[in-house]
Design a protein around this ligand. Structure first.
Ligand SMILES: [Ca+2]
Length: 295
């Protein structure tokens, strides 16, 4: 089938074209192919209509700052002299910074003096730590810039890259497994195949060609209800902006802990508002009461 027909087929069967998230995923692929003699197989990756800057760990970027004005072609970012961000060809070899969480859940940054391509640096960080470093605040930016200075390195990869591909099932994983010199066509080859011949690495290919394909069942959605206790002087039921801001904080805390693909929302009870008001009594117990209304 063509890539689009294959996608429609998978979707009709409670599935989607296959997504790959790590180098080991080709093992299940080989098992599902068995001895069949196939040359190319469609996977769920296709060229995206919009390019976007994303962090290696899968978080999109809404604000880019400190970009160097010197223009270089490429899709990967390194931090350069004076802390400016620079675009470079992802196959350039550079030293790099990984991040991980220490025992107290705090982020820790590690600079490696061995030069690698951006993708190899990403694989290394993912194998031994959490990922290539994500820099979202000024404080982190200064800390990582200083780390470079401490190691006498003024150019090193960080986890930011320009993604021009997207997964059919909507997942945001940034794992890519291109065969050497692929993708090699950015005008007519907008879909992706994997092949035994390429050691199960990937290549871009014309979407209208007809190849076999693999589907992945759609991940089942799970939901959890969590009760939180919030101290507030006024009734939050009437402050939608404050409620939204709290949700955003929960979401970003989850992402900081590496929990992605989760959507948080407030849940109201039957005929009850989202927030139930409680008053602390002097003896330490609580009583249900009315909240102070905002001015
Ligand atoms: Ca190609």
């Amino acid at each position: 089938m063509t890539w689009s027909e294959a996608q429609a087929f998978c979707r009709k069967h409670e599935a989607d074209l296959a997504t790959f998230d790590n180098p080991e995923d080709h093992i299940w692929l080989m098992e599902s192919i068995g001895d069949a003699n196939v040359e190319f197989i469609w996977i769920g990756l296709t060229r995206s209509a919009t390019e976007q800057w994303v962090w290696s760990e899968g978080i999109g970027v809404d604000k880019l700052y400190d970009f160097s004005t010197s223009k270089v072609d490429g899709d990967c970012i390194f931090m350069g002299p004076s802390g400016y961000w620079n675009v470079d060809d992802c196959s350039t070899q550079r030293v790099y910074v990984c991040e991980e969480y220490d025992d107290h859940g705090e982020e820790r940054y590690i600079l490696f003096n061995q030069s690698l391509t951006w993708r190899d640096a990403q694989s290394f960080c993912r194998l031994h730590y959490k990922d290539l470093v994500t820099v979202t605040t000024r404080a982190e930016h200064s800390q990582i810039y200083k780390l470079g200075q401490d190691h006498q390195q003024d150019k090193f990869w960080i986890g930011l890259f320009r993604d021009t591909w997207k997964w059919s099932d909507g997942s945001t994983g940034s794992f890519r497994n291109w065969y050497i010199s692929e993708p090699n066509n950015n005008t007519s080859q907008n879909c992706v195949v994997t092949s035994k011949e390429f050691q199960h690495q990937w290549a871009d290919e014309v979407c209208e060609r007809r190849y076999p394909f693999v589907c992945n069942p759609k991940p089942k959605k799970k939901s959890f209800v969590v009760k939180v206790r919030i101290s507030s002087d006024v009734n939050l039921n009437h402050l939608p902006a404050a409620r939204d801001s709290l949700l955003q904080q929960f979401q970003s805390q989850l992402e900081k802990q590496g929990v992605t693909g989760v959507k948080v929302s407030w849940r109201a009870g039957k005929n009850e508002p989202v927030f139930q008001c409680q008053k602390d009594k002097e003896d330490g117990s609580e009583e249900t009461g009315s909240c102070k209304e905002p001015n």
